[in-house]
Unconditional design. Structure first.
Length: 419
């Protein structure tokens, strides 16, 4: 096992906990009375609805921004857009995608990390040749560290199967736009922006997810083609030097024998070459089968998937921070104390090592009016006050629609009175 695998995985901001499970764990804590549990669940429903409505507007913005670049768009034709305007929209799309993934607690990998992954031998089969110049822009984001046990065959072990642990990214999202068309990237064009989301991808296999990669023939594969061919040629030359050629040209049967020697040498090479092609297709089929089960979503579906993750993450952070201030015995606590208490609760109650984003959670609580901080000390609004605040905020979000409906109802009555 490598040194990197011996180190504990870094703590992440993301909380892999279902919102419904978190609500039940908090509601069933001994400090919550039986009369407060239903109020708390109602508060959670209101909070989820408020956050969902906020993210619904973000979804509409992202859908509009992605529409000109969506490879799966069902519109009959894309509207004509000037080249400079299209480039500006593409930059804004990449920026919005980056902001969305940040909200979902993804980390963008650096170009150095990507190049190191490309150079490293992958676990999915033969080595790939890859050219980053194919992309106008390519960004890859990861979240979560994991380990998987895979069967690896190497020349060091004489191609015997060996079980080995590999480090993986639990989630991997990528967004790219091609700079040029290529037979290796067909049928994708240079206008489309491609979004993809995967799970459990080995760190050294990132390049297998990208288009434009070609299988690089290693020295062993080259030897599989060259050695039988050369041996056949040398055998033919050896027989010729022994005088077989002199006898061969004595008649028609001799000529046929000579051609048989030549065709046998060529046959060795052809058979070896097709054997290599079958091996390469086998590796390609294995890679395709593997990615079939690791692919989570594509293009516009990635936006829906990531928005749902970001929405749930925001709810987890807000409700846990508020509960700790309300019934966690932290009324009047500092930001650092709340942060330590949140991480301790997640560790003890959920068996989860997380780096809780307390600053972000408290800022959201203050924005929603569920908590306030003065002189570095934070206090939560009571359950009744919190319910009233969220209910009022929910009603205000649709105030315009109520006014519009009222106008529609008043209008016919005015006309009736005038008649």
């Amino acid at each position: 096992m490598t040194k990197a695998l011996e180190q504990p995985p870094p703590r992440e901001h993301y909380l892999p906990l279902r919102p419904a499970d978190l609500v039940e764990k908090l509601a069933n804590e001994p400090s919550v009375t039986i009369f407060e549990r239903e109020q708390f669940r109602q508060l959670c429903r209101l909070l989820q609805a408020t956050i969902h409505n906020d993210f619904r507007s973000r979804l509409e913005e992202l859908q509009t921004a992605y529409a000109p670049f969506d490879p799966d768009d069902e519109a009959p034709e894309q509207p004509a857009i000037e080249k400079h305007e299209l480039a500006a929209r593409c930059r804004r799309l990449f920026d919005r995608f980056d902001s969305l993934l940040t909200r979902a607690n993804y980390r963008r990998i650096t170009r150095e990390e990507l190049e190191a992954a490309i150079q490293a031998p992958n676990t999915a089969g033969p080595k790939l040749h890859f050219d980053l110049k194919l992309f106008e822009r390519l960004e890859i984001y990861v979240r979560g560290c994991g380990e998987e046990t895979r069967t690896i065959r190497e020349w060091r072990t004489l191609w015997r199967p060996v079980r080995e642990k590999v480090q993986t990214h639990r989630r991997l999202a990528l967004i790219y736009r091609l700079a040029q068309r290529s037979p290796l990237t067909e049928p994708q064009g240079t206008r489309e922006v491609v979004l993809k989301l995967f799970k459990n991808i080995p760190e050294q296999d990132v390049e297998t997810l990208l288009p434009g990669a070609s299988i690089k023939i290693g020295w062993l594969e080259q030897a599989q083609i060259a050695v039988p061919t050369l041996s056949g040629i040398l055998l033919t030359v050896f027989k010729l030097l022994k005088g077989a050629a002199a006898v061969a040209f004595a008649g028609m049967y001799g000529l046929i024998a000579f051609l048989g020697l030549i065709s046998g040498a060529i046959g060795y090479g052809v058979r070896s070459f097709y054997s290599y092609l079958r091996t390469r297709e086998k590796h390609q089929l294995s890679l395709t089968r593997q990615l079939y089960f690791q692919n989570l979503d594509n293009n516009a579906g990635v936006i829906y998937h990531l928005l749902a993750e970001a929405e749930q993450q925001e709810f987890r952070e807000i409700i846990l921070a508020w509960w700790l201030l309300w019934r966690g015995g932290l009324g009047g606590a500092s930001e650092g104390q709340i942060d330590a208490a949140a991480e301790a609760w997640l560790r003890e109650r959920c068996g989860m090592l997380a780096d809780f984003e307390i600053g972000d959670a408290l800022a959201k609580l203050a924005r929603l009016g569920l908590a306030s901080g003065a002189a570095g000390r934070w206090r939560a609004a009571g359950i009744e006050a919190a319910l009233e605040t969220l209910d009022r905020a929910w009603d205000e979000q649709f105030e315009y629609h109520r006014a519009a409906l009222a106008d529609k109802a008043i209008g016919p009555r005015i006309w009736q009175r005038a008649a």
